[in-house]
Design a protein around this ligand. Sequence first.
Ligand SMILES: Nc1ncnc2c1ncn2[C@@H]1O[C@H](COP(=O)(O)OP(=O)(O)OP(=O)(O)O)[C@@H](O)[C@H]1O
Length: 589
Amino acid sequence: MKKNQFTSISTIYKLTLELAGDKENEFKKSLIYFTLAFVSQGLAFGMFYPMLKSMFAETFILSNTFLYLGVMALFSVISFWAKWKGHDFDYTGNIVEISHDIRTKLGVALRKMPLEKLSRYKTGELNSIFSSNVDESVLHMGMIASMFLQIIIVPITIVIFTFFVDYRLALLILLILPFAIPLYNWKRNDSNKEKVEFNKANAILEADFIEYIQGLPVLRAVNKVGVNAQNLHDSIAHVKEVQKEGLHKGQIPFVLMGILIEITLLALVFIGSYFILDNSLSIITLAAAVIVVSRLSEPLSIFLGVVSVFDIMDSAFNRIKAIFAINPLIIEKPYQEAETFDITFDNVSFAYENQKTNALKKVSFSMPNKTMTAIVGHSGCGKTTLTKMIMRYSDPQTGSIKIGGINIKNMSSIDLMKNISVVFQDVYLFDDTIMNNIRMANQNATDKEVEIAAQSAFCHEFISRLPAGYNTTIGDIGGSLSGGEKQRISIARAILKNAPIVILDEPTAALDTQSEVAVQKAIDKLLEDKTVIVIAHRLSTISSADNILVLDNGEVIEMGTHNELVNNKDKYFDMWSAQQRVKEWSLDA
Ligand SMILES: Nc1ncnc2c1ncn2[C@@H]1O[C@H](COP(=O)(O)OP(=O)(O)OP(=O)(O)O)[C@@H](O)[C@H]1O
C-alpha cells in the first residue's frame, strides 16, 4: 500500500476480507447490517429538519410533529437493531476462529519454512507475531468496518438531506468537510510510521528480553549482568521514545479536527444569518442545520481514530503476511525415497542470503554406504554448512546433493529426515519426561525399546538414579544433568531412531575426559553399520575415518585417509603436527 494517501474504503475492505478468509460471507453480511445502520442513523438526523419546521410552523399541528418524531424514532430503532446484528460477527466467535486459523496457518508456514529463512527470525520476533500481531490484526476487524462505514455514510446522508432543505447550506458543508482529508492524511502518515516503528521496536524488545533471560546464567558467571543488559535497556527506551513521539504527533490532527468542526458550525451560523436577513432562509431551518451538523462531530472524530486502528491492523498483518510469503522448499517430481545411503556432493556451491561470498565453493565428494567421512578445517571454513546442506537447510545455488543416487530435492522433508540422525554439541531437551525426550525419535517405540536405546547409549544407569527414573521431567532436574549426561540422552534418541545416516557435530568437544569416554562409547554403538559424517576439531578422534575432507574457505583442498593426508605433508599434516605438539606440551607440563 502506498504511504501518505487516503486509505480508501476499498483498501480497508480488501484488508478485512483477506483477514476474514473462510468467514468472508459472514463478514459481508455484517457490512450490509452496518450500512443499513448508518443510513438509518443519517436519516434519523435528517428528520430534524421537517420536525423542527412542523414544531414552529404558523399553524402548529401536533400530529405532524409526532409523525416526524415517530419516523425519527423508527430510523433510530432500525439503526440500533442493524448495529446489533452487524456486531454479531464479533460476538458469535468468528473473530476467535479467524485468529485460530491464522495461528494454525502460521504454524504450518513455520513447519515448511526453509531452515535458513527460519534462522533469520529471532525467537522473540516470532513470539510477537504469533501472539500480539495476530490479535492486533483480527480483534478490531469488526470495529474498523463499522467505524469506516459510519464516517462515510452518515455525513453523506446528512449532506443529501440538507440539499433538499437548502442547497446553499449543503454546499457550505461540502466545501468545509473535505478539509478533513488532509488532516486524515497527516495523521495517517505519522500513525503508519509510528505503528510500523512500534511493531519493530516491540519485536526487538521481545527478542532482546528472551536473549537476556537465556544468557543470564552466563552473564552472571562473568559478572556482566548490568553491562550486557545495555541492549535490553536500549530497546526498552526505544519503545518508550516511539510511543511518546507517536502520542505527541497524533494529538495535533485531533485538535485541528475539533477546530474544523467548530469552524463548520460558526460558518453555518454566520452565513445562515446572512441568508435569514436576506429573507431567503428561516431561523428554524438554520437551527435544524446547526443541530444536524453538530451531529457530524462524532463521525469526524472517529475519522481520525480509524487511522490508528487501521494502521495497527495493517502493520501487524503485514508482519504475518511476510511469513506467509516465504516459499517452502519445493519437492521436485518425481517424488522418490532413498533405498541405499551413500551420499554424493556434485559441484555444490552455496551462499547464505545477503552474503557476498560463498560458504561452500564447488564441493564434490562421495561417501559410500556405511563409511565414515570426517570434515576438518579452521573455524568458519564451512563444516557446519556442509552438514546442514545434507538436511536441505537450503538449496545450493549450483550443484546437487544425492542420497542413494536420488537428488534430495526429490524427497519430501519427512522421507529425507527419517534417514538422518543428528547429534549436536548443544543438546536441546524438551520440558517433558526423559522417556518422552528419548521417544520423540520414534513415537511408536515401547517403554522397553526406549530403555534398550538408553542402555546402548550408556545412560540407563544415571536415569535410574533420578527421583522418578524415566518419568522424571527435565524441567525438574534439567539443571542438574551434566553436559555428558545430556549428550548421552541425545545419543539414545539417535540410537532409537536408528536412521541409516548419522551426522555428528563433534559431540565430545566440550566434555571432560571422563564424560568423553562415556559419550564416545555411546557414539561407537550409534555408528555401527551407518553412513557417518562427522565434524571434527581434534584430529585424533577421526584418524580411523574412511575419508577426511579438509575444508578451507568453503573449498575442499585435500581429501583422503589420515595416513594419506599425513604423507601429503600439506594443510592436514600442518594441523595434525600442530595438535601433536600441543599434546606433547601438555604431557610435559
Ligand atoms: N546463517 C548464516 N548466515 C550468514 N552467514 C553464515 C550463517 N551461518 C554461517 N555463516 C557463515 O558461513 C561461513 C561458514 O560457517 P560454518 O558455520 O559452516 O563454519 P564452521 O566451519 O562450521 O565453523 P565452526 O568450526 O566455528 O563451527 C562462515 O563465514 C559463517 O560466518
